[in-house]
Design a protein around this ligand. Sequence first.
Ligand SMILES: CC(C)(COP(=O)(O)OP(=O)(O)OC[C@H]1O[C@@H](n2cnc3c(N)ncnc32)[C@H](O)[C@@H]1OP(=O)(O)O)[C@@H](O)C(=O)NCCC(=O)NCCS
Length: 174
Amino acid sequence: MRIDISPGGPSWEAAEQLLHVVWPPHVVKTLVWGDVVWGHADRRVLVREGAPSHELVCHVGLFTRSALWNDVQVTIGGIGGVATHPDRRKSGLASAAMCAAMECFASEDKDFAVLFCEPHNYEFYRQLGWRQFEGAVFAEQPQGRVRFDVMAAFVYDLKLAPRGGTIDLRGLPW
Ligand SMILES: CC(C)(COP(=O)(O)OP(=O)(O)OC[C@H]1O[C@@H](n2cnc3c(N)ncnc32)[C@H](O)[C@@H]1OP(=O)(O)O)[C@@H](O)C(=O)NCCC(=O)NCCS
């Protein structure tokens, strides 16, 4: 297994292929978040296996956002697009990629990290130390600033440990 953190733009082509296998467009349309307009990842954790082709088997998108928590400016590390190839699940790949992501955010002095997920993934993230955020999240969408509640928000404590109040992402969600 090889884990790299790469700039988001140049690695999009490789990521897109995996993300289309995990979330085919016809499936996305049926999901609660199918209509959401998402931000583009600044960076990506890419997990590759199997020399010499080093096939991409797991992806975690990383975001950095100057945001607000209870009207105080904070720097959030965002996590989105967590996906493992269907043939390679339950062998620790996403857990390893998430650990690399959190080490990266911790080394960069982020205040805390945020992700959004559906109920079937709550336990997976809880096992990795994430906690559900009980407050309200706001984000930008094409129609303007909206309360973003299509999925639950989870936080990972770094310098701060937010559990409630209001997080304003001040931009597109991830
Ligand atoms: C959620 C997802 C990313 C997890 O990826 P993964 O690489 O299988 O994750 P891991 O192997 O690190 O851990 C998954 C589970 O396998 C277990 N596991 C990890 N290593 C294992 C091993 N060697 N043997 C058996 N089980 C193992 C973990 O404990 C975890 O348990 P859980 O199902 O109770 O949570 C993957 O299922 C996926 O791509 N799902 C579809 C897309 C999606 O929903 N993404 C999340 C968006 S928020």
